[in-house]
Design a protein around this ligand. Structure first.
Ligand SMILES: [Ca+2]
Ligand SMILES: [Ca+2]
Ligand SMILES: [Ca+2]
Length: 418
């Protein structure tokens, strides 16, 4: 029996070694215009994950969207000072494109994909004359509407926003010290949900216990208040005022269910608090670790795709693509030592600029690369792939019949772009 038990233990260990990828902690380093990676168990610095490309484009927060990519509000410090939402590859951190801009976006704070798949961005604006929530198309990035228009509900200084368990949208109104609630489908104002005391609320989320956690700032200090998630009634000061923070500070629950808070320019760290009691545990990411300079948004992020090897236009290299072609483009998913391409469900496969654009027209199983094992070849309408002149890579996403998400990328060279 003992032998069986220890064998079972070994098997469990093996399973856990091969288990799902562990989350990384990503932190926006505002002054250095990059996202930094930290170990979620130890807080150790793991490297720079992404940069915005220029020191004048400063990242504030981040969320995960279609294709497993990261969407990041960027404050632009060079003329014409147009703020925007950048899209970055969720696997590699590579900049993909400026996903969304316009619609009067001014001082973006936080962003979230809604139940309808579209992207909601708070436009802080500093005062009631500019504060609003903008809705962009979740696939194309096109401006759709001012979902919560200027003046609605007295919103002033919009920063944090989150869809609640009831499907409605909750927004921090920093200047009026309130959390406001809006209809999640129409954007209509539903009322003041919670009153945040004397200090300006800048971020919020619903915790594992269903209650609402609100991060307040007084300029150089932070606190976390807790409210009933159903009624908005004040419960307690979950974390009392501490030195650190101001603009850009954010909060998130970790995989360990503890609460993590970034402390912006004052503390320049990530603090960990007990998720049940609010008690301070430690400076999980110490001040300045890994070059961190002005800790803004944070995200516990698990890359959800298995990376697979693809070959755009098998037997061709470089892989010339005419974005305006009316023709079809073949893409192979190759079988390797670590992946069997015949397990892919071809009806789930998309190809294009980010791997979410064009559905497969048809597919076949064959040994595309002549190495003796069976691969999958798929065909897509080139003009549906969303490829723009100058793009240098394209991707495939899909699922296996067992439901595992896959993603692969290959180089392209755009042609006939005059
Ligand atoms: Ca090729
Ligand atoms: Ca092979
Ligand atoms: Ca093969």
């Amino acid at each position: 029996m003992r032998a069986i038990t220890s064998l079972f233990g070994v098997l469990l260990l093996l399973v856990s070694w091969n288990g799902p990828a562990r989350a990384d902690l990503l932190v926006a380093s505002y002054y250095t215009s990059e996202l930094l990676r930290y170990d979620t168990r130890t807080g150790a610095f793991l490297g720079s994950f992404a940069t915005t490309g220029t020191p004048d484009y400063r990242p504030l927060s981040m969320t995960v969207g279609p294709g497993g990519n990261l969407y990041i509000p960027i404050v632009n410090f060079v003329p014409p000072y147009e703020d925007s939402i950048g899209r970055f590859d969720g696997q590699t951190g590579a900049f993909i494109d400026t996903f969304a801009s316009g619609g009067g976006l001014f001082g973006p704070g936080h962003l979230v994909f809604g139940p309808d798949g579209n992207l909601y961005v708070s436009s802080f604006g500093g005062t009631a004359e500019h504060s609003k929530i903008i809705r962009y198309n979740g696939i194309t990035g096109a401006y759709m509407s001012d979902f919560v228009p200027v003046g609605s509900g007295g919103l002033s200084g919009a920063e944090g926003l989150v869809f609640g368990p009831d499907g409605n949208l909750y927004i921090t109104s920093r200047v009026t010290d309130q959390v406001l609630r809006y209809d999640g489908s129409t954007g209509a104002f539903l009322g003041v949900f919670a009153t945040g005391g004397q200090n300006g609320p800048i971020d919020l989320l619903f915790g594992p216990d269903g209650n609402l956690y609100v991060l307040n700032t007084t300029g150089a200090r932070l606190e976390v208040l807790r409210f009933d998630g159903l009624t908005g009634a004040f419960i307690d000061v979950f974390v009392p005022l501490f030195s650190g923070g101001s603009d850009g500070s954010s909060l998130a629950f970790g995989p360990d269910r503890n609460l993590y808070v970034t402390t912006a320019w004052v503390g320049n760290s990530v603090r960990c608090f007990d998720g049940s009691t609010g008690q301070f545990i430690d400076e999980f990411v110490p001040p300045g670790s890994g070059g961190l300079n002005y800790a803004a948004g944070l995200l516990f992020y698990t890359p959800i795709f298995q990376l697979v090897t693809i070959d755009i236009k098998p037997h061709d290299l470089p892989n010339g693509v005419n974005p305006k072609s009316k023709g079809k483009i073949p893409v192979a998913i190759l079988t390797t030592d670590s992946f069997d391409a015949t397990t892919v469900d071809p009806t789930t496969v998309f190809f294009g600029r980010t791997g979410t654009e064009a559905a497969a027209l048809r597919s076949a199983l064959e040994d595309v690369d002549g190495d003796g094992d069976t691969d999958m070849i798929l065909y897509f309408n080139t003009e549906d792939a969303g490829i723009a002149c100058g793009d240098t890579s394209a991707s495939v996403t899909g699922k296996t019949f067992a439901g595992k998400m896959i993603k692969g990328s290959d180089s392209i060279k755009t042609v006939d772009c005059k």
